[in-house]
Structures are given as structure tokens and as C-alpha cells.
Design a protein around this ligand. Sequence first.
Ligand code: G3P
Length: 213
Amino acid sequence: MKLFLDTANQAEVEEAVKMGVISGVTTNPSLVAKEGGDYLERVTYFCNLVGGPISVEVLSTDAAGMLQEARELAKLHENIVIKLPITAESLGVIKQLREEGIKTNATLCFSANQAILAARAGATYVSPFVGRLNDIGQDGMVLIEEIRTIYRNFGYNTEIIVASIRNPRQVTEAALIGADIATIPFKVLQQMLNHPQTDLGIAKFEADWANRK
Ligand code: G3P
């Protein structure tokens, strides 16, 4: 399973790239709004630094506006992926962008049927939001299982990005189900890495070495 970083923060992307474990970045308007500066400049920087797909979301809600924004964003860099919420307006845009060779990420996916529509429209990626489903008392991972099964049944090649991840256990579960990608906040990347037994083990090795005969 590939790991993307779910952030618009430059320091976090730089740190994760240094670790060598992320192959893409996903942003959304809320994440971009938290950061200052020129976000188009920053996502272009991410495209070069990460060398993989960088999702940037359109803000228009009508098809013509989405298409225009998508074409402008796609001109920034070949690694730009256009993120669009799954709506009646966006499906045709996703199809059109595929014909133009522009990659898309169908986002705000909360049902298997929405994921089928995204795949039928030709989305490169679909982003089901597990954390927000859990927030409303559903099991987000059941949705990932359903989408994985359906895509396998019909050979849809849209890649599943498990999004809205809030804790490291969800990364493990996404991998067990066979999701293509987990997009994770920087904090979850740190939680995946850290283990108290690793710290204790290092401290013991150091102490034993210092006391060697
Ligand atoms: O990738 C989508 C993600 O950013 C949403 O996460 O925690 O706001 O539900 P969250």
C-alpha cells in the first residue's frame, strides 16, 4: 500500500519526504486555508519535491467552472491531480478530464455507489472518508471493504485512497483490506513510527554498550 501525506504544510511534507516513505500528497480547501502564503506556488513545490501525485481541489460547484479551474491547475505541473467532490456536476467533468489526460481524485466519497460512479466516470483515484463516517456512527472500514470488492469484481482500475484517517490503526486496517493508498496526517505518520518498546530497546542497547567489559 502506498502512503500519501494529507497536508498543505511545507515543513511536514519536507520531513516526510526525508523519511522516504510517502509517494504523494493530498490537500483540500480546509488544509490549504490553515497555511499562509501562495498555495499554488507551494503545491508546485510539492510536485517537484515529492515526484508523485499532488491532489488539489477545485472550488467551483458548476461543471464549467470546475473544468476551467482543473485545466488551469493541471498546467502548473504534470504531477497535479484534480480533486473534485462526487456530484452530478463533477462526473462529466471527470470523464472529460480523463479524455484530456488530466488525472482526477473523486473526493468526499461516503458510499459504495458513489465509488462506482467515480470509477465509471474514469476517476484516477477515489477518496472514501473513513473518519467522517465513524463520526456519524458508521464503520468507515466497511465502506473500504465494499469498494475494494466491487472494484476487484469488475476490474475497475480507479485507485482507492483511504482518506480522513485519524489514527494509526486505520492505516493497518486499510492495508489489510488491500486499499491502494492511505493518505495520512503527519501526526499519524509519527504515530505509525513511534513505539515505546523501540525507545526502551535503544536505551538498553546504549546502556549495555556503555557498560561493556
Ligand atoms: O483527505 C481528506 C481528509 O483531509 C479529511 O480528513 O480529518 O478532515 O475528516 P478529516
